[in-house]
Design a binder for this molecule. Structure first.
Ligand SMILES: *[C@@H]1O[C@H](CO)[C@@H](O)[C@H](O)[C@H]1NC(C)=O
Ligand SMILES: *[C@@H]1O[C@H](CO)[C@@H](O)[C@H](O)[C@H]1NC(C)=O
Ligand SMILES: *[C@@H]1O[C@H](CO)[C@@H](O)[C@H](O)[C@H]1NC(C)=O
Ligand SMILES: *[C@@H]1O[C@H](CO)[C@@H](O)[C@H](O)[C@H]1NC(C)=O
Ligand SMILES: *[C@@H]1O[C@H](CO)[C@@H](O)[C@H](O)[C@H]1NC(C)=O
Ligand SMILES: *[C@@H]1O[C@H](CO)[C@@H](O)[C@H](O)[C@H]1NC(C)=O
Ligand SMILES: *[C@@H]1O[C@H](CO)[C@@H](O)[C@H](O)[C@H]1NC(C)=O
Ligand SMILES: *[C@@H]1O[C@H](CO)[C@@H](O)[C@H](O)[C@H]1NC(C)=O
Ligand SMILES: *[C@@H]1O[C@H](CO)[C@@H](O)[C@H](O)[C@H]1NC(C)=O
Length: 893
């Protein structure tokens, strides 16, 4: 889903490569319903799967839709993988039942898709409901998608259940609104319902860990998928599954550090030998062809447990399914190990060869455990340790895949209370660190319990993004400004650091860092928070335009007192922002914390976001030179974040709405809401974290591996460059499929050599062909599939400057008579990281070769300057635009 349109490619590859992977059997479901609820049209989702219309005359809705309404979401979140099935919903006013005729022999997947939006004006938090089946199992109880997704920072929610066969030959899913305190007007809704038959993967009873004589009836139970990992491997999307359309995630964030073991992947010619047909569906070959093991040092391996920790809901029984396949060893007792589940011995002396008799034979084992409802204990722990007693040849342990399923309790219930929204911050932290310290903070583990349902479960890591801030925006009680796209996230909203310091007085901590405003001053500046001065509504309050000191324009962000952003986060944000000062970063001027207020004062950005000057802003199009200059400025800001501060800071949400333009057309990077400190030690190359960011801009590698590097920003910036060139959104679902994702489409055009044809017509005639080539090549490298292939931000900056030189040369040669002058600016660190060698395209003229020399000198001398354009001779077309009149003002500042 990283870039919606990557999927069709995948699907094509799958078909093309079918011969190569023929050994993996594909399951063909007998029953297959994918309902695009609330919609009258069929359509494809991001995985290319077809969803069918759920219109009122369909045969599935028991009352033919009499007690339900078809509604459309009021806005599209960029975090959605596709419009289908999320942009339409069926809203139920009273209990309503979907009834599917299914074969009586098979188990069935039931996947429920929810998008927490407002629908036809119904706010997202009016939906509270329960979901039950005809067999009397409660799948969800008093469930609020809004609260749940907010707590987990997900843009959408998918719940995956597996229902046992029903001999009666039908399967029902009933939605029932539940009244909540203070709100009698509640509804139920659903965006998509999948009912698909599946092979009987749960026929065998599982033994209770620690109670050898007790087994758990899995075959007769409803299961909910909590986690599914391709251990030691990367994310596997549904089309690459064995026909069961499951998501398999990277396990890295859940391995208890720092002992993460080592991963191994079998070569391309390794042959798997499936013992039975059923086993072929249990997990795709890719899962079995890669392992995580402990490492090669036998002494070290004896001293630690290779451990995975996964938060779950308390007071339920869980099945841990461990997938194994020995890929290297051939004889018994070469590698034998003990398996612990929740600190109890699930199996001692496990020996994969001993169990399978040969290498390359996949197998899995189920272990059942009851997780108590005690704060701190509500997590699944799976640990492996070498069997020292057996004296195996290698003191080591392996695992290939891991799944965690929740079983319905004896009362037929699977539902747990919604997680606490306030746990979100801690959750983000947990996600970032991957893990809690065993027994570290009680508070932390409590939080973990609250998040059960697992972001990593069934495809949801994907969904994490800034989305819910936007939700809050539209449901701001005053409703004064509903989140238009120009308001979205243009100021730092929130960030997931939690300051080590206890909440103290900012004034003392920050004296000298930035200015302290009194509440009275702020009131004057905003004319007592006049609604007419609101320029945006952020995640926790409104943003006002204001004037201080007589004539200094500022943007004032006032936290809503009831917001969840506590003093801690406010303080950390101030601390971080006040330390980051750069000409190309939006800067914090001051703050106010009088009278219980939390107010931040920023530089006012006269010209708003870069995007509104490209498209959808109703503004005259910017000239090419102008765009290039803004790109160079933004690159400089990002380069500073990456290399200029004490630690690498990864922005994580680079996009055209987070690049602002001030009154002098200087580009400023804003919104450090999601920023993270990068790797701090030499050996660490990435930060493991839950995926956040905006779709369309999201680094596919980050997305797959959940490992954040500065190259993730480079990817997003590459998308920005193409957006600037083509003047279209990063994701535009309205376009033909191959064009939906800008990154994919631009890459395609580059390969086909058709890029010049798709350049924004407004600037097409202004671009020097060599400049276009350099610019496009740079942007293309930025969106390279692998981080390692992408240039550093310093390289990008250098190449953009080079592109500007090529443009100069071109224009200098023509009769336009323009030139570029430089003016002093506060840019730091821009010289760092400039590449030493540059390969000149043979096609380049002598003229550009000359400009390289110029650039080399200028790039060093200009290390602390910023290019500012001075136009000497007016170009009619540009001169007429308001943009130009701003530009021609001499750059003295
Ligand atoms: C999915 O399968 C295709 C074809 O076998 C392969 O090219 C692609 O890399 C796979 N994708 C992932 C993420 O494993
Ligand atoms: C669902 O349909 C079946 C027939 O296919 C019927 O026997 C059953 O009563 C229906 N269930 C509900 C709840 O309407
Ligand atoms: C909810 O309904 C009850 C009676 O059905 C009524 O007494 C109460 O005032 C209602 N509450 C709200 C908030 O409408
Ligand atoms: C591994 O885990 C088990 C069960 O929690 C524990 O008894 C044992 O001490 C652990 N071993 C090490 C080396 O941490
Ligand atoms: C735990 O679940 C059982 C049903 O399996 C239920 O009866 C009991 O009340 C639950 N306990 C708590 C503390 O929720
Ligand atoms: C789940 O519910 C079914 C009845 O719907 C029951 O037979 C089964 O034992 C329950 N599973 C567990 C683990 O209690
Ligand atoms: C397992 O043991 C660790 C400490 O060794 C403890 O922190 C953790 O809570 C235990 N897990 C369970 C589920 O009891
Ligand atoms: C952490 O938990 C302790 C009790 O275990 C509580 O007193 C304290 O307030 C909690 N801290 C936070 C930040 O929630
Ligand atoms: C980096 O790794 C090397 C060997 O892999 C080790 O000797 C060194 O101590 C590590 N440095 C840090 C800072 O962890």
């Amino acid at each position: 889903m990283a870039g919606t349109a990557r999927r069709p490619l995948l699907v094509l590859l799958l078909v093309a490569g079918a011969a190569a992977v023929a050994e993996s059997k594909q399951y063909t479901p007998e029953d297959r319903f994918l309902l695009n609820c609330g919609s009258t049209t069929d359509g494809l989702d991001a995985d290319g799967r077809k969803w069918i219309a759920d219109s009122n005359d369909n045969s599935w809705l028991v009352d033919s839709g009499k007690s339900s309404l078809m509604m459309a979401a009021d806005k599209m979140d960029t975090g959605l993988p596709s419009t289908i099935p999320y942009m339409t919903a069926r809203v139920f006013t009273m209990e309503s039942v979907y009834n599917f005729t299914v074969n009586p022999r098979d188990r069935h997947w039931v996947r429920l898709h929810f998008y927490p939006s407002s629908y036809n004006g119904l706010p997202a938090d009016t939906f509270h409901f329960s979901v039950t089946t005809s067999t009397g199992v409660t799948l969800l109880r008093n469930f609020s998608v809004f609260t749940y997704s907010k707590a987990l920072s997900q843009a959408y929610v998918v719940k995956e259940f597996s229902l046992p066969p029903n001999p009666a030959g039908f399967l029902t899913v009933a939605f029932t609104p539940v009244a909540v305190e203070g709100n009698n007007e509640t509804y139920a809704f659903v965006n998509g319902v999948e009912v698909i038959s599946m092979p009987e993967l749960f026929a065998d009873p599982a033994t209770m860990v620690g109670f050898a004589d007790q087994t758990v009836d899995v075959a007769g139970s409803v299961l909910e998928t909590m986690y599914r990992f391709n251990v030691g491997g990367q994310y596997i999307p549904p089309p690459n599954d064995t026909g069961l359309t499951r998501h398999w995630y990277d396990d890295t964030p859940y391995v208890l550090g720092p002992a993460q073991g080592v991963t191994y992947k079998a070569g391309p010619h390794f042959q798997l030998k499936y013992p039975t047909e059923l086993a072929e569906y249990a997990a795709p070959p890719e899962v079995y062809l890669g392992t995580r093991s402990m490492g090669s040092d036998p002494r070290m391996n004896q001293n630690y447990n290779l451990t995975w920790v996964m938060p779950v809901d308390g007071n339920f029984t869980y099945i841990a399914r461990l997938h194994f396949c020995e890929l290297l060893l051939t004889r018994p007792n070469q590698r034998a190990f003990d398996i612990y589940v929740n600190n109890k011995t699930a199996q001692s002396d496990a020996d994969v060869i001993g169990m399978t008799s040969e290498k390359g034979i996949p197998m899995y084992k189920d272990y059942a455990v009851h997780v108590a409802d005690e704060p701190g204990d509500d997590a699944m722990w799976v640990a492996l340790h070498p069997s020292v007693a057996l004296r195996p040849q290698f003191y080591d342990a392996i695992l290939n895949g891991l799944e965690i399923f929740k079983l319905n309790d004896t009362g037929g219930n699977l539902a747990a209370p919604d997680p606490e929204p306030s746990s979100m911050l801690a959750r983000a932290e947990l996600g970032a660190r991957g893990l809690p310290h065993p027994g570290a903070h009680r508070n932390m583990t409590t939080v973990m319990g609250g998040t059960a349902g697992g972001a990593a479960a069934i495809g949801l890591v994907v969904a994490i993004c800034v989305a819910w801030y936007q939700d809050k925006k539209t449901k701001d009680p005053t409703g004064a400004v509903a989140g238009g796209s120009h308001t979205s996230g243009w100021l730092p909203l929130y960030h997931s650091y939690t300051s080590g310091k206890s909440s103290g007085h900012l004034a003392a901590n920050l004296a000298g860092m930035c200015r302290h405003f009194s509440f009275a001053e702020i009131k004057v500046a905003t004319r007592n928070f006049s609604e007419s001065l609101v320029i945006g509504v952020g995640g926790f309050g409104k943003v006002y335009r204001g004037v201080v000191d007589g004539d200094t324009k500022v943007a004032i962000k006032r936290s809503n007192p009831s917001s969840e952003q506590g003093v801690h986060e406010f303080q950390t944000e101030v601390e971080m922002l006040s330390k980051l000062r750069h000409r190309h970063l939006v800067s914090l001027i001051g703050f106010c914390e009088d009278a219980g207020e939390m107010i931040l004062v920023y530089d006012y950005m006269e010209h708003g976001t870069l995007r509104e000057h490209l498209y959808m802003g109703g503004k005259p199009p910017l000239s090419w030179r102008h765009r290039l200059d803004i790109c160079i400025g933004a690159a400089r800001g990002l380069h500073y974040l990456h290399t200029g501060a004490k630690y690498t800071i990864i922005h994580r949400d680079v996009k055209t709405t987070n690049i602002l333009v001030d009154g002098d057309w200087v580009a400023k990077v804003s919104d450090f809401g999601l920023s993270k400190s990068g790797p701090t030690t030499v050996n660490q190359t990435h930060v493991s974290t839950m995926v956040k960011g905006s779709f369309g801009y999201l680094d596919p590698e980050y997305f797959r591996r959940q490992q954040l590097t500065d190259k993730s920003d480079v990817y997003s910036f590459g998308v920005v460059l193409f957006e600037v060139l083509m003047a279209r959104p990063a994701l535009d679902p309205a376009l033909p499929r191959e064009q939906v994702s800008l990154a994919d489409y631009a890459a395609l055009c580059q390969r086909n050599g058709t890029l010049p044809d798709v350049v924004d017509p407004a600037i097409k005639d202004q671009i020097a062909p060599e400049c276009l080539k350099k610019f496009a090549d740079t942007a293309e490298k930025c969106i390279g599939e692998q981080g390692i292939e992408r240039p550093s931000m310093g390289d990008v900056l250098w190449n953009l400057e080079f592109a500007m030189q090529l443009q100069d040369t071109f224009e200098g040669g023509s009769s336009c008579g323009r030139r570029v002058a430089t003016a002093a600016g506060g840019g730091e660190g821009s010289g760092k990281g400039a590449p030493v060698s540059v390969t000149l395209d043979p096609s380049n003229s002598n003229g550009s070769a000359a400009s390289v020399t110029t650039l080399e000198t200028s790039s060093t001398t200009r290390a602390h300057e910023t290019a500012v354009i001075v136009e000497e001779e007016e170009d009619d077309e540009v001169a007429n635009s308001a943009a130009f009149s701003q530009l021609v003002r001499p750059a003295g500042r």
